[in-house]
Write a protein that binds this ligand. Sequence first.
Ligand code: ZN
Ligand code: ZN
Length: 619
Amino acid sequence: MSTSREEVLKAEAEKHIPPGYDPELYKIRHSAAHIMAQAVMERFPGARIAIGPPVEDGFYYDFELPRSPTEEDLAWIEERMREIIRGNHPFRVREVSVEEARELFKDQPYKLELIEGLARGQYDEYGNKLPEDQRPRITVYQHDTFVDLCRGPHVDHTGKIRPNAIKIMQVAGAYWRGDEKNPMLTRIYGTAWRTSKELKAYLRRLEEAKKRDHRRLGRELAIFALEPELVGPGLVLWQPNGAVIRDQLERFLKDEQLKRGYQPVYTPHIARVQLFQTSGHYPYYADSMFPPLTVDEQEEYLLKPMNCPFHILIYKQRLRSYRELPIRYAEFGTVYRFEQSGEVLGMTRVRGFTQDDAHLFCRPDQLEAEFKSVIDLTLTVFRSVGLTGFRARVGVRDPESDKYVGDDEVWEQATRAILKALDDYDFEYTVEEGEAAFYGPKLDFVVRDVLGREWQLGTVQVDYNLPRRFDLSYIGEDNRPHRPVMIHRAPFGSFERFVGILIEHFNGAFPPWLAPVQAVLIPIADRHLEYARRVAARLFEAGFRVRVDESDKRMNAKIREAQLQKIPYMLVVGDREVEGENVAVRLRTGENLGPMSVGAFEALLGEVVAARALTLSLQ
Ligand SMILES: [Zn+2]
Ligand SMILES: [Zn+2]
């Protein structure tokens, strides 16, 4: 095979890097997966290999092994991987025929199954052989002694990987092709980075993330509870502390929306199946809905999986004129989706959740202004909780597909409007072809939290489909009916997921405007209790969330308790404070502000809360 042929294959392989994945890391991880497979084959001769792709933050490879690997096996494999890497073996690619592939992998049943799948691709659906140039290509990559059925891409040679920037992470079971009727394989996870420094930073992030797990903090701080046996998996009980946080977020967003011309609406939790047949959600998305409730054996109702059809019916209550548009209906609407029970996780993957939903109905010429207003609102929301690192993704059509509804012209117009709106901001964005929904282009935000993890939040979705299905119109300046454009948007996504993310982002230490309890009065002795209650009553009266630690614990134990509860301010009161009508202010950060008058503390807390400051004092 000529080098140039190999270079062509390698260049083509680059297109298998998923959008948004760092290409260098992708190749490092994919190559590390092959290297691990070689080491595993050496440790377990006769092992059968399945597949081994890069995944977020690492890679895995699935094996059928004679026994489960021990700690010792894994340590051996990791060390052997380093040796292989130091061997500077080139990754070579070549194209093979089906027959050749079958011969190469004759002892590897999983590979043979994959090869048969590829081979079937050489025939059309009537069994006619496809012309040579339409055949899917079968390629194999080899480094050192290891050959894999693989489409690439890889690093040029193993020396491009740093031996001290790889690590085997864990072992899990996984069914072949994800199907539980198939044999259970051993999945070994690893991670690989550019440098050992990057690897160490990643391991630190993992450690920190474990400490901040919202499920643990949510329980410890009494924010939410789950009762899968009695209530059901993925259905959240908001405890009083969580309800305070959510209520503050709701009030904040409600105010911001009112300022921007939104109108609140309320709609029911259930509706007849006919509504979702009209919207097209039923039966197409029936798998992700709770099954219908049947009344009198004839009427069927569905728990709503989304709020849009209801808002559309409110729009349709009368004839609309172009002068009324845009119309913006907002609702904190609770919806239900039947996530697979294996997918349900804490507050971030649930079956019932409340979206901070709104639907905007506008004229095509208003799209850009509406997008700007939504972007502005979304940024205001992110900044209010200190999420300042974000980027945007614009999902546009795949020019080669015809699955989309709506004319080319309206798509062009909406895409242009989104890009023009984005031009006014200085954050980074990418345009991703084929990432649009079939019913319209979208804009979403990817937010980076303090641990550097990325979360997708704040999707803004244009919709050409529902206005058509519900035959929406408005009377234009020309006195003729026109179709409005609809935008779905939810800056938080859902309160459940957003609060789950915030718990981890803040490590449970919410800023004063969100903290369930803003200040706790700590009397040093029983004789200070009366005064503590009086101060608390005054602060409560002024609108703050305070409580008195009435327990008979010693002062230090009370302070420790308040710190564990991550209460921002501890107001210690003893003889001197009672006498001077003061409070001694201690912050949860350990800092002491010393004694101040109750009025001075009230002013300080008032300012911090009003500014939605992320710090505990404005000095
Ligand atoms: Zn591969
Ligand atoms: Zn919607």
